[in-house]
Design a protein around this ligand. Structure first.
Ligand code: AMP
Ligand code: GLY
Length: 434
């Protein structure tokens, strides 16, 4: 088979790495890929959002399966375009991708289908939104409706914060048309987790649970980022939380979408808050998480290409869904200054030494090759990932690997995975991890 993987982040490197293990796959292309995908996938110089050029390439090269990493091409309708041309592509169609493309769409369907989510109001008028905020005396969350590169959510502790958020989104229009409508919702408390499944429209194959670390600094402090690290499994999201999320979130959404006449195929990612009342949905994504995928795929025993093909063909139940007992941790290594301004082009040293460690894989994100060297080319640079007997073992091994890597301005959090021990008396217990 010839497979085309669209995107250029750590998630896409992890997908290429896993797809490359499939016995069915003879050739992989990456559009455009990064400094780490080169060894397994031929880079093609087409950007992830140039869906017409991607279609022409897939037709010309007779691609057997296209796998879409990021949300933008899905929301733009790449799946419908490819399917119309008779090409096989893994992911949801345009109408289903609106679950990520429009938070208002997702919230309204959740309300209709009784899927637990924060109480909310939708506003198209800045004045009405301001009046609403002025009438409330509690923390609120203000969200731009459309895609905003992960930056469209404001957690507002005070009225002033909420008014500022409304002004950013509707007054200064910093997210353009994505901010034409906003949601103002109740602020939930609890622990966050990511529950990701592959759907074939009727049935699902759940991926292992995972947890992201969204803030830049240790202890979940500082501004939000694309994600500074992840681990799998996430103990807080196992057992009844996992089952409740499937029963009360995932299945109602999959069944509801089918009844609307738009069967949901591909990845459905529920970002949940585990509240005292159970899991509540914070957001849906219509693609694999980044960096969650880097921590999940090393634990997947099944052939991912089998799962993707079964999603397209409506036979996900027939494909084994097997997972390593071992745990996995991914530390995101970033450029100094990220998520604000940062410099690029820094020579990355020590990659080979890190990769030589047992059970370690270094996924590239913002890297490029320059004069034969691997250099930084983005904010999130690498996902240093390790398997371990348990989460503690995986944390230890992944930090051992991260310490072998160096570049000018290197930054990473020192507490990835620690959250997993929060509730069992381990922090601080004096062990190697705490
Ligand atoms: P979203 O893109 O909607 O997942 O929001 C980004 C982040 O904002 C989430 O990962 C949460 O940390 C936070 N967030 C979103 N909605 C809420 C909410 N209703 N209550 C508390 N935190 C939230
Ligand atoms: N890790 C969060 C996301 O993929 O959206």
């Amino acid at each position: 088979m010839k497979v085309l993987v669209i995107g250029s982040g750590g998630r896409e490197h992890a997908l290429v790495w896993k797809i490359n293990q499939s016995r069915k796959v003879k050739k992989i292309y990456a559009a455009p890929g990064n400094g780490g995908t080169h060894s397994m996938a031929e880079p093609i110089g087409i950007k992830a959002d140039d869906i017409k050029a991607l279609l022409d390439f897939a037709k010309k090269e007779k691609i057997d399966l296209t796998v879409v990493g990021p949300e933008a091409p899905l929301v733009a309708g790449i799946v419908d375009l490819f399917e119309k041309a008779g090409l096989r592509i893994f992911g949801p169609g345009k109408e289903c991708a609106l679950l990520e493309g429009s938070k208002v769409f997702a919230k309204e369907l959740m309300k209709e289908w009784n899927v637990p989510t924060a109480d909310f109001e939708v506003f198209t008028s800045k004045e009405k939104a301001e009046a609403y905020v002025n009438s409330k005396n509690r923390p609120l969350v203000v969200k731009a409706d459309g895609l905003a590169a992960g930056k469209g959510v404001y957690i507002c502790k005070t009225k002033a914060d909420a008014l500022q958020a409304i002004d950013d989104i509707m007054g200064r229009k910093i997210f353009g048309d994505s901010g034409k409508r906003i949601i103002i919702e109740e602020c939930l408390e609890g622990e966050e987790a990511s529950i990701i499944v592959i759907s074939d429209g009727d049935n699902i194959s759940p991926m292992a649970s995972s947890q992201d670390h969204k803030r830049i600094f240790d202890g979940d402090k500082g501004p939000n980022t694309g994600g500074m690290g992840a681990y799998s499994p996430a103990p807080a999201a196992e057992g009844s939380v996992f089952k409740n999320t499937l029963d009360h979130v995932i299945y109602p959404m999959i069944n509801g979408m089918k009844k609307r006449g738009t069967s949901y195929k591909g990845v459905l990612y529920a970002g949940i808050m585990i509240t005292k009342k159970g899991p509540y949905v914070l957001e849906f994504n219509v693609r694999f998480g980044d960096p969650e995928t880097q921590a999940i795929l090393p634990r997947m025993k099944s052939d991912i290409v089998d799962l993707m093909e079964a999603s397209i063909d409506g036979r996900i139940k027939d494909v084994p869904n097997e997972w390593e007992e071992r745990s996995c941790v991914c530390i995101v290594v970033s450029s100094g200054g990220y998520p604000g301004k940062y410099e690029k082009g820094k020579h990355i040293k020590g990659l080979k030494n890190a990769e030589m460690l047992k059970d370690v894989v270094v996924f590239h994100a913002g890297t490029a090759i320059s004069d034969g060297n691997v250099v930084t080319s983005g904010g999130r640079v690498l996902g240093v990932t390790a398997l371990g007997k348990d989460i503690k073992g995986a944390i230890k091994r992944s930090y051992e690997a991260a310490e072998k890597i160096d570049f000018d301005g290197i930054y990473y959090r020192k507490d990835i995975g620690k959250k997993a021990f929060k509730d069992n008396g381990c922090t601080p217990c004096g062990c190697a991890v705490c």
